[in-house]
Design a protein around this ligand. Structure first.
Ligand code: MOS
Length: 715
């Protein structure tokens, strides 16, 4: 840490230190309950959701008599008796997070496993077995489930996620590409992915009079509250949303989902607290997947490796009933210089659940394509892949034409190359062997936009000098409790044990939540502001005393003009070494390194954990993760952790991440930028490029399972 990197408060003691998690002891001793483990509100009863066994059509008839007569069953809710809820009208409610999401309100089926009934019983097992006894007669309609079969129906959405422009065009892409002496024109395909957070979606709901309390697993208390209040048509003041400890949330826990809506409705009916969770299997259909993507990448370059043309055109899946448009080509607008450029997003409506956000929506699948394409282009140019990227480093944002706030992609690549031993890489694929194992090394660049959203915080100090901070922010496992405690301790000049941070309660000041890698920067700035206000108050009125036992202050943060005047991103470079078995084509990661420039790092320990988690997810995207749709019936065939493969410890032998010293003064008073989503950006492409370097086989279909190598390996 350099002197300039201290926060303006000037103490700079604890922020920046690798402090262990303040909630660590609670977590490892089982005293940090998830929503389903809460015991608030009295003795609970248990719900179970029955999902549709068809993907498109109508429920013609439902016989719930046996379920209703099962001992212990308190409620069977279907579209025939579900309470009135706010109407689902996406065209009228533009804000996707505030949209009413009513459940069990019609007999129409939009996707396989859509909730069609809820059973509540005195035991979980009783509810589940009663749900299984419900007899349903469907009128099935033929559906569309295969993205590749319907590409001709692709349409242009008005806008893509986060209010980003659907298409951009600069210069004359077609002419420049046609004239380019060296060209690459390829299609890359990314499979559907499913959310598999450690904690499935779950809720405990209970009522006191006309007031509702829900303990749920959400990344954003604000989004959950607005969606729930719109769905239940009740004022947000009458709802308390709590989410104190969360077992992961990666975009699936942004909008309110059926488990929370149905638990709230059922608890009102049965007048008891209701616990309701989606099973792991049900999550595949119901809590949002990363859609499948087909990406056309065109790169045109001069012989010296300077890009003259970049084209990135993406087609992805959405639903018939609600749109989800991922910003998959958006990062390409800022990554490399080229005078002629095109980015496009198109969607195809299928009879499936729409996609939802999944860690680095846009960048994660987009960089698998672009950063593989850059590796392919480097080979055609006979140029080192790092040198190719350096030659195309833009001086300003190539499309927005504004300066970058801080951009140290080149530093990441050079430092990574030095640490990883990139100079030992043999650029000739298939040339390095260790017995019957082919060894390959690959790299890829990473970029992720940095955002800020309005946030608020409250702090108070008591007579013992203990400071308590409150925000409706969430800690999804990232270390938010810890980093917020560090900010208070530093700004107030207190040791960490004199600080308590309370999060995850809708009664606390509003924040954006853990969303889009912007939580810590936005909320931390509001908290810093609140601490400064508290110090001013102490200076003015004196320390809390018998007369005034505690002092309180609030603070807030707003994005500054620097978010428009500068192009703000974080950067990284990933390096991977793989071994590929010459006989079976089994791919094993041997080592991996990421080097990142992401502004100031609040806590190198929690940041390291978070970023290697993202990198490991990239390994999964490159090699394993694929939710397979049965194109006859529209369901995800592999819908549990036995068949939907994610990396486990044995798959990740040696992985490290390094942060370069940086202070981005355009981001916030700390000079810190978001890191939540940076780790997964580009990491999969580094692995894929290593597989190519090992084997000489280029798979453009992700994940690169061994069946994609076996037919082509010629060594
Ligand atoms: Mo993120 S995809 O906003 O969890």
């Amino acid at each position: 840490m350099t002197a300039q990197q201290t926060i303006p408060a000037g103490r700079g003691g604890i922020v920046g230190q690798p402090v262990s998690r303040v909630d660590g002891a609670l977590k490892v001793s089982g005293r940090a309950p998830y929503a389903y483990e809460e015991s608030d509100g009295g003795d609970p009863v248990y719900g179970f959701i029955l999902g549709a066994a068809i993907a498109r059509g109508k429920i013609a008839e439902m016989d719930v008599r046996q379920a209703a007569a099962t001992p212990g069953v308190l409620l069977v809710m279907t579209h025939n008796n579900a309470p009135r809820q706010g109407a689902f009208e996406p065209e009228k409610v533009a804000n996707v997070f505030a949209r009413p999401r009513p459940e069990l309100v019609s007999n129409e089926i939009h996707y396989y496993d859509q909730p069609i009934a809820l059973v509540v019983a005195t035991s979980f097992e009783g509810a589940r077995s009663a749900a299984a006894s419900i007899k349903v007669r469907y009128e099935t309609k033929p559906g569309k489930f295969d993205l590749t079969a319907h590409l001709g129906e692709a349409y242009k959405p008005k806008i893509v996620n986060a209010g980003i422009e659907t298409d951009t065009a600069h210069g004359d892409m077609e002419a420049a590409f046609a004239a380019a002496p060296v060209k690459l024109d390829q299609i890359y395909t990314c499979a559907y992915q499913s959310h598999v957070p450690m904690e499935p979606h779950a809720c405990l709901a209970f009522w006191q009079g006309d007031e509702l309390t829900v303990h749920t697993s959400t990344q954003s208390i604000g989004f959950c509250l607005s969606g729930l209040s719109a769905t239940l048509t009740m004022p947000p003041e009458k709802i308390r949303v709590l989410s104190r400890y969360i077992g992961g949330g990666f975009g699936d826990k942004l909008i309110v989902h059926a488990e929370t809506v149905l638990a709230a409705l059922a608890a009102r009916e049965v007048k008891r607290p209701v616990k309701l969770a989606f099973t792991r299997q049900q999550m595949f259909a119901n809590t949002g997947h990363r859609p499948m993507f087909i990406q056309k990448v065109r790169l045109g370059a001069n012989q010296d490796g300077r890009l003259t043309a970049i084209g990135h055109e993406v087609i992805s899946q959405t639903a018939q009933y609600e749109e989800f448009a991922e910003q998959t080509a958006a990062f390409t607008r800022a990554l490399y210089a080229a005078p002629n450029r095109v980015t496009r997003h198109r969607l195809v409506r299928l009879d499936m659940h729409r996609g939802e956000w999944m860690r680095a929506p846009g960048e994660a699948p987009g960089m698998l394509a672009i950063e593989t394409a850059m590796d392919e282009l480097a080979e055609r140019l006979n140029l080192d892949p790092i040198e190719l990227r350096i030659r195309n480093e833009p001086e300003r944002d190539p499309e927005l034409k504004v300066p970058f706030s801080k951009r140290n992609l080149i530093g990441c690549m050079r430092e990574g190359a030095r640490r990883f031993g990139w100079d030992k890489r043999n650029p000739k694929p298939g040339a390095v062997r260790d017995g019957r194992t082919l060894i390959g090394i690959g790299m890829a660049a990473a970029i992720r936009p940095n955002y800020m959203r309005p946030a608020n915080a409250a702090v108070e100090i008591d007579r013992s000098g203990h400071v308590t901070a409150r925000m409706n922010f969430t800690d999804i496992g990232t270390g938010a409790y810890t980093v917020m405690s560090q900010i208070v301790a530093d700004t107030m000049g207190l040791p960490l044990d004199q600080v308590t941070v309370l999060l995850g309660d809708s009664r606390f000041p509003t924040t954006p939540g853990s969303v889009g890698s912007l939580g810590t920067g936005s909320v931390g700035t509001a908290l810093y502001d609140a601490c400064l206000a508290l110090k001013a108050k102490i200076a003015e009125t004196g320390f809390p005393s018998t007369a005034v036992p505690k002092l309180e202050a609030t603070g807030k943060a707003e994005p500054t003009g620097d978010y428009k005047a500068y192009s703000q991103h974080t950067y990284g470079a990933h390096f991977a070494e793989v071994g590929v078995d010459m006989d079976t084509c089994e791919i094993r990661l041997r080592r991996m390194l990421g080097v990142f420039a992401a502004g100031r790092i609040f806590n190198p320990k929690t940041a390291h954990s978070q970023i290697i988690g993202g990198m490991i997810w990239g390994v999964g995207a490159a090699l394993m993760e694929e939710a397979v749709v049965d194109s006859r019936f529209g369901h995800f065939v592999n819908h549990d952790l036995a068949e939907y493969h994610v990396p486990v410890h044995a798959d990740i032998p040696n992985i490290d991440a390094v942060f370069l010293d940086e202070h981005d003064d355009k981001a916030n008073p700390f000079g810190a930028k978001g890191i939540g989503e940076l780790g997964i950006c580009g990491s999969g492409a580094a692995v894929a490029n290593a597989v190519y370097n090992a084997t000489g086989v280029r798979s453009r279909e992700f994940p690169i399972t061994l069946d994609k190598l076996v037919p082509h390996l010629r060594i």
